[in-house]
Design a protein around this ligand. Sequence first.
Ligand SMILES: Cc1ncc(COP(=O)(O)O)c(C=O)c1O
Length: 356
Amino acid sequence: MIPISKPYIGEAEKQAVLQVLESGMLVQGPRTGELEEKFTAVCDTKYAIATSSGTAALHVALLAHGIGEGDEVITTPFTFIASVNSIIFTGARPIFVDIEEDTFNINPHLIEAAITPKTKALMPVHIYGNPCNMDVILDIAKRHNLIVIEDAAQAIGANYKGNRVGSFGSGCFSLYATKNVMSGEGGMITTSDESFVQRCRMIRNHGMQRRYYHDVLGHNFRMTDLHAAIGLAQMARLEEFTAKRRANAEFFNSNIHSVLTPTVRFGFGHVWHQYTIRVSGRERDAAVKQLNEAGIGTGIFYPVPANRQTYLLTMGLGGNSMPVAERLATEVISLPVHPLLTKADLDKIVTEVNRL
Ligand SMILES: Cc1ncc(COP(=O)(O)O)c(C=O)c1O
């Protein structure tokens, strides 16, 4: 089976972990600091704050912006549930806005209709590694005085009109094992706002600036140096990994003719965390079965949009109609696009998809 994702674990990753183990300094330390530096360089921001996961990064960023009870945060229903859960855990209410058919991202032209006096922030999610339409989003945020928190969990290295994602608002990244670069588990916040970075650092570590003096309520959302060491080895190959994903996606776009393939708008620097085709909802189960039987791994990201998830309905936070997200959730199939695919794998994927 050609797996839908496969983490690259080379000698550099193994040696990096061994070195940390031998140093005896396992917790947040020098490697974590180096990884933060690396993110500032890649995202073109002044600061970065490492966390234990992408979910923790979102949670810390929301809390550090003072978002909580009584606030509303506008986001997309077409996302991994962590985007939504991080909002709910602050006490704020997620407000869903439907997506664009061609990018799978939040439709920025529907955002203003969802703004109320309680709206405090916009959380665009660069889904599959494809940047959101940031010009429109930033313009709305400016006119309505809203905070922008980018969920860039899937989009490390992506750019929009020449600027890196994570540099438009407060950027939140995931280093989970299947991401374009990974540390096993891990997350990162990027920002150029100095007071925000101080609040993030405190919330990440039980509200401390001085050891055992707790100025604000915080969590243990720290990254360990073991994870940071893996992340650093991976970041050294970010450009190479991204180039490989882009070449694989280009090959699919040029050679797959049987189904709808993803489009990329001019100026949107997609990094292909997922390469996602569409078939009609009635045919999807059969298509997935056919591909899997032919040895092609597939993923459905995501079968149920957030506005239709059971627990959100129970909490009275979902239920409103999102026709585009709901239809696309029945149509999407992600194919393997990761950097470890061989030419034979690529040919096989194209052949089998063209048989659908
Ligand atoms: C869009 C999105 N947001 C948030 C997260 C949460 O990241 P993590 O799994 O590192 O907590 C993920 C990761 O899967 C994601 O894909």
